[in-house]
Design a protein around this ligand. Structure first.
Ligand code: BGC
Ligand code: NOJ
Length: 819
């Protein structure tokens, strides 16, 4: 760390598309994700983390202890033990032996540790190959000294007993059930396979080990920890077989390295599944075909290198759909690499598994997953389409919807239930984005069940209809939409009234007022009501479109009267029809969400509402590190407001910089042409611009975090909850569409940059509906915040307006833009 000069802990390598961390002593574990199909791993810069198959709660392979003290000691462990020396780990943990050199390269879908100690260097590469349910670790040791070195390499994993919640609670049962099999170079974790499971996990190596262990107590020894297992200290193995207690898989290799000699070992952590009727090959002996095939496939270094190349090519092709080149290298790297990568990760994980989400709580969120699609759809539209159908399938016939579902069962999560009244409208956002990207209207005809009930299938469009009418039907005393349990802000619980410690604010509703209204949902309705009407009209449903447009103008009007506070949009009316987010309130006078959403929906644009709202945001909510959620923060608990006031001031929903809705403000600024302001907000929360302040910011400089403590907190600028946040998708929408101005529309690509004068020119390559657009924008604006009309030349010819209709576009198309 370069303390005092720059508070950096690494650097970007844009060529390699990596962030290279140069010390294990980062402020927090800085992690990466492996895999993007069915098998996933989380891996930190000190080697912590875990892997799972499809569902981080129900099919967890490796054990990880959240809340662990002493660093993030995860499910995979590597030890290098030279005779007479202290053992060390290439990732620093678990041994904590100071290394002579250390680097961790987090790349797209892989992580590489390069480190050395006592003139032995180790390069350990971790990834999940495409199309396979396994994780590879390829480790190469090299002797850089001029004497022969004798050492032992240990690779180990600690098994989780599948259900991660049960694994950490149900010890009276679990300490009796572990079972393993050991065959060739593979250790099989077959706990519960004897009964109802037809899947197993395995840990193998490409060459024969010199010793193994499967029983944790034998390996670690009494009073030791993963930091210093007694058998590693002794350079031995116990060849133990686990029966109950704590099953692990560990392999030891005794290696002699002459000067300059290298040796590579490939470890595989895998998942195999069998047809129920063929699970055993002999009584008690499991069928191992999958493991054997996978072990065989990855037994050579060449095979492993090829798989890594495939991943690189895969990402190359995904990212090629949107590439910008400008003088601002920080923006370039975020747009071209990291923001899109994070969109993939949020799409895959929703809000389930990160270093802040345990993988055991929330599954896929209805609103979260819908919003994730906004930033993901251009990458793999077919997967977005499938996801949309999955999400819509949990909806109820009246348009309301379960708030979450488990990825494995795809059924609505009954514990949380429904009642979050913003949820239904997000479905329209996702479907609209899908159609704008692909032009594929057939999705609207896709038979999609309600509540996942067979026989209840109706065309997807009927789900959109149910969504929009749900809001129309559920309006309160001021004609604004009712909030229900909560809207986007899970913590603004206006019908909750909880007085019991520990009670969940998300599920309890002690006061069914039928009155509390949300100005935020009003903004959403105006935005997505227009989107829905457009879609309906294109399906020939004129009458329906007109009816909804009528409701849009009613709600617009209600927002501009009952929803307007004079200088900004109100937040809500509570259960007693008192204002929330008004100058009349003593705390929580102004909230960010309605400023963002009502502005981006264009409410009151001609009447100057948006300007006022945006100016108020800058005046009351803008801090050095971004726009705060509300001000002033609540200093006491208000049971009529719910969880929001349960947080100390400046944290989370009680007025932190909740990054997710910062892009709404930025987009709101572009609606009135204020490019400089939009850019200013974009930059404040963008992690690449905060890299030099990593000691303050704390979380990874290559991804967005959900929340940054605000000025009123005790840690202004320090972020938490990195990776799994709607910030990823919304920021990508903001920068790629609102600021740089490349907007997928129903009939083609619209080009409407809204940029600061400092961005003099830039080029974008955009792949869209089978054509490649080479776009070059020249910025002649002098004024920072004045709207300007872009002039377009398409293939050399001036065109009117800003739309390039798909019908006129060739395979490649050159667009010159002047603003
Ligand atoms: C958090 C919210 C989150 C909610 C649901 C709350 O404690 O503050 O950000 O959405 O829980 O899990
Ligand atoms: C995080 C949740 O995942 C998201 O759905 C919600 O909108 C925000 N918290 C704000 O409460």
């Amino acid at each position: 760390m370069q303390k005092g000069i720059l508070m950096k802990f690494g650097h970007f390598d844009d060529q390699a598309k990596e962030y290279v961390i140069t010390t294990p002593h980062t402020p927090l574990p800085w992690i990466n994700y492996l895999g993007s199909e069915n098998f996933f791993g989380l891996i930190s810069n000190t080697g912590g983390g875990y892997s799972f198959y499809r569902d981080a709660k129900l099919q967890r392979l490796l054990r990880f202890r959240y809340n662990e003290v002493g660093g993030d000691i995860g499910g995979r462990f590597t030890y290098i033990k030279e005779k007479g020396e202290k053992a060390w780990s290439p990732a620093f943990l678990p041994c904590k032996t100071e290394l002579d050199s250390y680097k961790c390269h987090h790349g797209l879908g892989y992580t590489v540790f390069e480190s050395s100690k006592n003139k032995i260097s180790a390069t350990s590469t971790h990834f999940v190959p495409m199309g396979e349910n396994c994780e590879i670790q390829r480790i190469t040791l090299t002797n850089n000294s001029n004497e022969t070195k004798e050492l032992s390499l240990y690779g180990a994993v600690e098994w989780c007993l599948w259900n991660a919640v049960d694994d950490s609670t149900n010890f009276q049962r679990n300490l009796n059930i572990a079972e393993v099999e050991i065959e060739d170079n593979v250790i099989y974790h077959k706990t519960e396979y004897r009964e109802r499971r037809d899947h197993y996990a395995f840990f193998g190596s490409n060459v024969k080990a010199d010793g193994y262990d499967t029983d944790r107590n034998t390996f670690i020894g009494q009073f030791n920890t993963w930091e210093n297992p007694s058998l590693v200290t002794q350079r031995k193995s116990g060849n133990s077989e686990a029966h109950g207690w704590y099953p692990i898989a560990c392999q030891r290799f005794d290696i002699t390295l002459k000067p300059e000699e290298s040796r590579t070992i490939i470890f595989v952590i895998g998942y195999g599944q069998n047809p129920v009727e063929k699970k055993f090959i002999k009584p008690g002996i499991i069928r191992k075909d999958t493991a054997i095939r996978i072990m065989d496939k990855f037994k050579t270094e060449k095979a492993v290198s090829n798989e890594l190349k495939k991943i690189a090519l895969h990402w190359e092709s995904l990212l090629s759909k949107y590439q910008v080149s400008s003088d601002d290298e920080k923006m370039n790297r975020m747009v071209n690499i990291w923001n899109q990568y994070q969109c993939m990760v949020t799409f895959n994980m929703s809000r389930s598994a990160s270093y802040f989400e345990t993988g055991t709580g929330r599954g896929m969120g209805f609103r979260d997953s819908c919003q994730d699609i906004l930033g993901f759809v251009h990458l793999i539209p077919t997967r977005a389409r499938e996801r949309i159908i999955d999400i819509a399938s949990i909806q109820n016939e009246d348009g309301s919807t379960s708030h979450q579902y488990q990825p494995l069962t795809k059924r609505g999560n009954d514990e949380i239930g429904s009642g979050f009244n913003d949820d239904p409208l997000w479905l329209i956002a996702a479907v609209g984005a899908y159609i704008r990207e692909t032009g594929d209207y057939s999705i609207l005809d896709e038979p999609t069940p309600f509540k996942n009930e067979k026989g209840s299938e109706k065309p997807l469009f009927e789900h959109l209809r149910a969504s929009i009418h749900f809001t129309m039907k559920n309006r309160g005393p001021h004609g604004l939409p009712l909030i229900g349990r909560a809207d986007w802000n899970d913590c603004l619980n206006l019908n909750c009234f909880s007085e019991t410690p520990g009670e969940s604010f998300q599920t309890v509703q002690n006061y069914d007022s039928g009155k509390a209204e949300s100005v935020f949902i009003a903004g959403m309705f105006v935005k997505y009501g227009k989107e829905y009407a457009e879609i309906a009209r294109r399906r020939g449903e004129q009458e329906e479109a007109t009816k909804v447009e009528q409701a849009v103008s009613e709600i617009t009007k209600a927002t501009m009267t009952a929803g307007w506070d004079g200088e900004w949009f109100l937040r809500a009316y509570d259960a007693f029809e008192h204002k929330v987010g008004s100058n009349e309130c003593s705390e929580g006078k102004i909230y960010i969400e309605p400023q963002g959403f009502c502005s981006l929906a264009g409410i009151g644009k001609d009447e100057g509402f948006i300007e006022k709202s945006m100016d108020s945001v800058r005046k009351h909510l803008l801090g050095e590190y971004g726009v705060e959620l509300l001000s002033p923060c609540y200093t006491t608990y208000h049971k009529e407001l719910g969880e929001i006031s349960s947080y100390p001031p400046g944290y989370k929903e009680n007025g932190s910089i909740f990054c997710h809705n910062n892009p709404w403000i930025s987009i709101g600024e572009t609606v009135i042409g204020r490019g400089a302001n939009a850019w200013d907000i974009y930059k404040r929360i963008c992690p690449a611009y905060l890299e030099d302040q990593s000691e303050i910011h704390q979380t990874e400089p290559y991804v967005y975090s959900q929340t940054i403590a605000a000025r009123s907190s005790f840690a202004n600028g320090s972020a938490k909850n990195s990776w799994l946040t709607g910030t990823a998708a919304w920021t990508f929408v903001n920068i790629s569409q609102a600021i740089l101005g490349i907007k997928p529309d129903f009939d083609g690509l619209r080009i409407e940059p809204c940029i600061p004068p400092t961005l003099k020119q830039f080029s974008i390559i955009r792949e869209y509906r089978g054509s490649i657009y080479n776009i070059h924008v020249v910025n002649k604006t002098q004024n920072t915040n004045e709207p300007s009309q872009p002039q377009l030349k398409v293939d050399g010819k001036s065109v009117k307006g800003t739309l390039i209709p798909c019908s006129t576009t060739k395979k490649t198309c050159t667009v010159e833009v002047e603003v």
